[in-house]
Write a protein that binds this ligand. Structure first.
Ligand SMILES: Nc1nc2c(c(=O)[nH]1)N(C=O)[C@@H](CNc1ccc(C(=O)N[C@@H](CCC(=O)O)C(=O)O)cc1)CN2
Ligand SMILES: Nc1nc2c(ncn2[C@@H]2O[C@H](COP(=O)(O)OP(=O)(O)OP(=O)(O)O)[C@@H](O)[C@H]2O)c(=O)[nH]1
Ligand SMILES: [Mg+2]
Length: 440
């Protein structure tokens, strides 16, 4: 069996760096280079790393005896100084003494393969490492704690009970009634559908709200992007048609991650480049979760404004009536017919916070930060497959033999199990861990 080694702290300078090993030779390798030879499991030991008669670094080290470790194998952690040379040098020595370099995510993969955590929990570890907000952190911490596994186990349990009922009916067709089974199938179906709904909210937490800023040229879209990001991100000029391409920036407003997309002003034009830009603007509006339509409040509404308001008729949106400082000439009643509006003067720094609050108020009711939900496309795909099997079972139950219904239930069971990494091919498992950091 191999003993793997890797640096677990990020590259760069830090107070302390951690180099760790997992595998049966971990302790033996440590003893060859560590000045302390009496090593008690799970106790921190102070000493020096000596290699070729030179002190390499002054460190702390800890040995963890299997199976009560992160990987369920023997492990050693060396806490050296966090200069990258120190970490690299110590790693190099471990490799010379027989360890092999760990692959990305291999420590966590071992925890999974040795049954300490399921695949979902392993994915949550990666989620925690990549988290960009506290909400995201807490969501993954819940999954790592087993909250989602528990929910899925409960669905699996319901499916198993129904499989047993099918088998009983195969042997004793007169037992119980089919309506009752149908009801239970519907309940499982509803539960699976709610996993998909929850996933949409999770996407907001993880990827943020996609917010497109659209409007005709020169109304202040890029000025708004700059105000929201607090920097000169986009070029702002008095010339209509300044922004040609979409520009993206991410902000976090009170826990809500917002991916802002500034777009080219929409108007009828024959200019080729501008026309391409406008196509992108419309596409951005279409793809967005939320749209801010900027209007120039100092002029009456124009044909282009009406066209834009029509374009986003069915989207979640707010109208930002800008340039209030120049005097309002816009017909507020007409705008109101299309939806909620906020008046601003980006120039004078007014209205921007109100806009953010309005967006948050409109969107937050959709996000329950406390729901633990499936969180990636692998899970969505498997839940969708399971749903389709349950739908088949619902259709079949009145007209088909119970053997056929049972087949669908077993398929559904398998798909849900695969979320937890059971009955999952090596290929898929490898794909999950490939995106991990080395040393995790
Ligand atoms: N120094 C250090 N910090 C770390 C880790 C680590 O491996 N080393 N972790 C990860 O990289 C994370 C913590 N996760 C861990 C999860 C389980 C076990 C573990 O040894 N579990 C055993 C014993 C549990 C116990 O003592 O109660 C077990 O489950 O049997 C260790 C770390 C974050 N911080
Ligand atoms: N008076 C006044 N001028 C503003 C306000 N907001 C933006 N402007 C000015 O309006 C002009 C256009 O602003 P931009 O932000 O470039 O407008 P845009 O919508 O991005 O324009 P395009 O990229 O051409 O579509 C600039 O000269 C800004 O300084 C405001 O609240 N009041
Ligand atoms: Mg612009």
């Amino acid at each position: 069996m191999r003993t793997i080694a890797a640096i677990s702290t990020p590259p760069g300078k830090g107070g302390i760096g951690i180099v760790r090993m997992s595998g049966e030779f971990s302790l033996e390798i440590l003893k060859k280079i560590f000045t302390k030879k009496e090593i008690r499991p799970r106790f921190m030991h102070y000493g020096k790393i000596i290699y070729e008669n030179r002190v390499v670094d002054e460190v702390m080290a800890c040995y963890f005896n299997k199976p009560y470790t992160y990987t369920c194998e023997d492990m050693v952690e060396i806490y050296c100084h966090g200069g990258y040379v120190s970490c690299l040098y110590i790693l190099e020595i471990l490799l010379k003494l027989g360890a092999v370099p760990a692959e990305a995510g291999e420590f966590t993969k071992l925890a999974f393969l040795n049954g300490r955590i399921d695949l979902l929990e392993a994915e949550a570890v990666e989620g925690i490492i990549e988290a960009e907000s506290k909400e995201e952190q807490l969501m993954y911490a819940d999954v790592l704690g087993g909250k989602l596994t528990e929910k899925l186990e409960s669905v699996l349990n319901d499916v198993v009970n129904l499989i047993s009922e099918c088998e009983a009916k195969i042997d004793y067709p007169e037992l119980g009634d089919v309506d009752d089974m149908k009801e239970k199938l519907e309940k499982i179906h509803g539960g699976l559908i709610s996993f998909l709904d929850d996933e949409k909210r999770t996407t907001y937490i993880r990827d943020g709200l996609k917010l497109a800023i659209i409007g005709r040229p020169n109304v202040g879209k890029s000025s708004l992007l700059n105000a929201l990001t607090n920097k000169e991100r986009a070029i702002v000029t008095e010339i209509a048609g300044t922004t040609r391409d979409t520009i993206e920036e991410t902000i976090n407003y009170e826990g809500l991650t917002i991916r802002l997309i500034d777009t080219a002003g929409i108007r009828s034009t024959d200019e080729v480049i501008e026309r391409e830009g406008i196509k992108l603007s419309k596409k951005a509006a279409e793809d967005a979760d939320f749209v801010v339509v900027v209007l120039d409040g100092s002029t009456p509404l124009q044909a282009d404004d009406f066209e834009i308001m029509e374009l986003v008729k069915d989207k979640e949106k707010v109208f930002l009536i800008n340039k209030e400082d120049k005097g309002l000439k816009i017909d507020l009643k007409s705008v109101e017919k299309y939806g909620e509006y906020i008046i601003s003067s980006i120039k004078n720094d007014s209205g921007v916070r109100e806009l953010l609050d309005a967006i948050k108020k409109r969107i937050v009711h959709e996000i329950d930060f406390n729901v633990t939900s499936i969180f990636n496309i692998r899970h969505v795909d498997l839940i969708e497959r399971a749903i389709s099997e349950i739908e088949t079972a619902i259709r079949d139950i009145d007209v088909m033999p119970f053997e056929i219904v049972e087949v669908s239930l077993r398929e559904a069971h398998e798909y849900i199990s695969m979320i937890l990494g059971r009955d999952t091919s090596e290929d898929i498992i490898d794909r999950v861990f490939r995106d991990f950091c080395v040393g995790k």
